[in-house]
Design a protein around this ligand. Structure first.
Ligand code: SF4
Length: 213
């Protein structure tokens, strides 16, 4: 059932015109991976190569991501890889808040519900901010946080390691910690049980403005 839901969402994404990013794209990038995976990785948005191919994390960032997954004993085919926004922002600019809100409500949050992973790895600050608003990536990268029924693991975007080589040991260490984090999540059955209480907000916004998973 979840595989069907993922396919249905992907079809909707490919023809979506809900926000202005549709006008400049070559291909929308729904995301890809097994519907029964235990780990979702969520990046920011498609870049040039992703827009051309309609697939997430191809090109140099994609190769690095595959290398990093290998350090965690994982292959690309083991995880679902998606993005906050599914269409490439012009000239790789940051996605705007309205674009993020529209796209995540329409697609990403439905993908998360369909897959129901115990672990979500956020890649970069836009993805992290969906779950851990107000946090700073350099302060909390690699530290799993329980949000609702899942463990959220904030990590730097692989592009940050490509552009700033001093970041590479940090992101490699974070990926190497993934097997232990996944074991913890599965041991706690975090995806199977409802959270006993609401997670504490990590910023000053009232809880109703934060999305709980
Ligand atoms: S970015 Fe998302 S909401 Fe905007 S057009 Fe693309 S798929 Fe639709």
């Amino acid at each position: 059932m979840s595989a069907e839901s993922i396919q249905m969402i992907a079809q909707e994404v490919r023809s979506c015109t809900l926000c202005g990013l549709a006008a400049g794209r070559t291909h929308a990038v729904p995301g890809e991976g097994p519907a029964d995976t235990k780990i979702m990785l969520i990046g920011e948005g498609p870049g040039y190569n992703e827009d051309r191919q309609g697939r997430p994390f191809v090109g140099a960032s994609g190769q690095l991501l595959e290398d990093l997954l290998g350090m965690a004993g994982l292959a690309r085919a083991d995880v679902f890889i998606g993005n906050v926004v599914k269409c490439r922002p012009p000239n790789n600019r940051d996605p705007e808040p309205a674009e993020i809100a529209t796209c995540t409500e329409a697609y990403l949050f439905r993908q998360i519900e369909a897959i129901n992973p115990p672990v979500i790895v956020t890649l970069g600050r836009f993805s992290m901010s969906l779950f851990l608003p107000g946090e700073r990536i350099m302060r909390i990268h690699g530290q799993p946080r329980k949000v609702g029924s899942r463990l959220i693991v904030p990590m730097m975007h692989p592009a940050a390691a490509l552009h700033q080589p001093q970041n590479r040991p940090l992101i490699e260490a974070d990926f190497r910690s993934l097997p232990a984090i996944l074991a913890r999540a599965e041991a706690e059955h975090v995806a199977a049980k409802p959270a006993p209480e609401q997670p504490k907000p990590v910023d000053d916004r009232p809880p109703e403005q934060m999305r709980m998973f």
